[in-house]
Ligand binder design. Structure first.
Ligand code: GUN
Length: 283
């Protein structure tokens, strides 16, 4: 078997074209969607992610503000910036790029963002509401994964889904979304014993660990859907996911590539959430 590719770049292009049209319409009514991105410190990967987020805003007509602070920024200064953005009518979404430097309490910062502008869906009000069914915003990466599964009509109800990684950003919200879609969900973490026994019975695998070649062909049920959220670099500096793509694509039914799979979808969902936030204020 050769797996069919779920092309996140293609789906993103379609969704961004629709998003850009909504931006034009909202802008004409005086509600141009606006996103503020706050970055603290010099994490190289974060700088690339933030640059891509701002570029996506520019390309699709959204207003954006990017504040890049040195790691000397204090928690109080960051809190005060968030407070100002909470009251800024031009800003509908606030994103604080994670990770933050260790002297800043991440939890405190996320809780300072108004839940109505929490386009990441990380605030406890939104994370809690995700569990009960109706958050204002869903975390971008898991909701992007769900969109990809829906796009390919991959059945979720009654399926066995295995999520690898249990972060607040990907693993936990991903599990919640799959549970809501009536999948039977297993969440694996670093201490999971014999990962392969779980993955081998999975119809859907979502892996988000950043460990290259963690998932090999012998861990896959033939025909399974394999979604690779991992990002790391190999010894040659080449971008790679968690999945040994070349071998797994011979066994899986569907697979996402890295790059060009989940990555572009994360930013697309961020744009859509920011547009939704602007649309709520326009009513
Ligand atoms: N760091 C890695 N992924 C994300 C994300 O989706 N949002 C934010 N704010 N930080 C991240």
């Amino acid at each position: 078997m050769t797996a069919r590719i779920i092309d996140g770049l293609l789906l993103s292009k379609q969704l961004r074209a629709e998003a850009a049209q909504r931006v034009v319409a909202l802008t004409a009514r005086g509600y141009r969607p606006g996103l503020a991105v706050l970055l603290v410190g010099n994490n190289a990967a974060s700088q690339i992610y933030v640059r891509n987020k701002i570029k996506a805003c520019d390309d699709n007509g959204l207003y954006s503000v990017c504040n890049h602070y040195t790691d000397k920024l204090t928690e109080i200064e960051l809190l005060s910036r968030i407070k100002a953005l909470n009251h800024d009518p031009k800003i509908h979404g606030i994103l604080v790029q994670l990770p933050l430097p260790p002297h800043i309490n991440t939890h405190k910062i996320i809780e300072a963002i108004s839940p109505e502008k929490d386009v990441d869906g990380f605030h406890v009000a939104n994370a809690g509401a995700l569990m009960t069914g109706k958050p204002l915003f869903q975390p971008c990466t898991p909701s992007g994964v769900l969109k990809m599964l829906e796009w390919k009509n991959i059945p979720l109800a009654g399926s066995n889904a295995v999520v690898i990684g249990r972060s607040n950003i990907v693993g936990k919200p991903m599990a919640m979304l799959l549970i809501q879609a009536d999948a039977t969900v297993t969440v694996c973490g670093q201490k999971t014993r014999n990962l392969a026994t779980h993955t081998r019975s999975a119809d859907i695998i979502v892996t988000a660990t950043g460990k290259s070649n963690l998932i090999t062909a012998n861990m896959i049920k033939p025909g399974a859907t394999v979604i690779d959220v991992g990002i790391s670099r190999d010894n040659n500096g080449k971008l790679c996911g968690d999945v040994d793509f070349d071998s797994v694509c011979k066994v899986a039914g569907y697979i996402t590539p890295v790059p060009g799979g989940v990555g572009p979808m994360t930013i697309t969902m961020l744009l859509i959430s920011t547009i939704e936030a602007a649309n709520r204020t326009a009513r």
